[in-house]
Design a protein around this ligand. Structure first.
Ligand SMILES: [Zn+2]
Length: 102
């Protein structure tokens, strides 16, 4: 429930948590997921909700579930999003529609 005294930053972070949780559920099954970038099957313990267009710079798609997909920690954090294979697999998964919404 939203109440007085909550800042926009707090509400934004809270909304992102819920959207990311939705993505993690959508993109996993029985504790496993396939990373959008490296396509490896991994435990959900290694799963992030990875943005293709970084949420810090593309606020219009920060909560867009077509811009957020299950991604392993290695690709998301240590390979800075591993965006080249992310793009290739994103096109296969959802098509080119995402590019017109940014
Ligand atoms: Zn990966």
């Amino acid at each position: 429930m939203i109440s007085k005294g909550k800042t926009i930053a707090w509400l934004t972070d809270e909304a992102q948590k819920w959207v990311n949780s939705y993505v993690r559920h959508r993109d996993s099954a029985k504790g496993w997921f396939v990373c959008i970038s490296c396509q490896e099957l991994k435990s959900v313990r290694q799963m992030n909700a990875g943005h293709y267009f970084a949420k810090e710079f593309y606020k219009s798609v920060r909560f867009d579930v077509d811009n957020i997909h299950g991604q392993c920690v290695r690709c998301n954090k240590y390979l800075s999003g591993n965006l080249i294979p992310y793009r290739e697999n994103l096109l296969i998964k959802i098509g080119e529609g995402i590019y017109i919404r940014v």
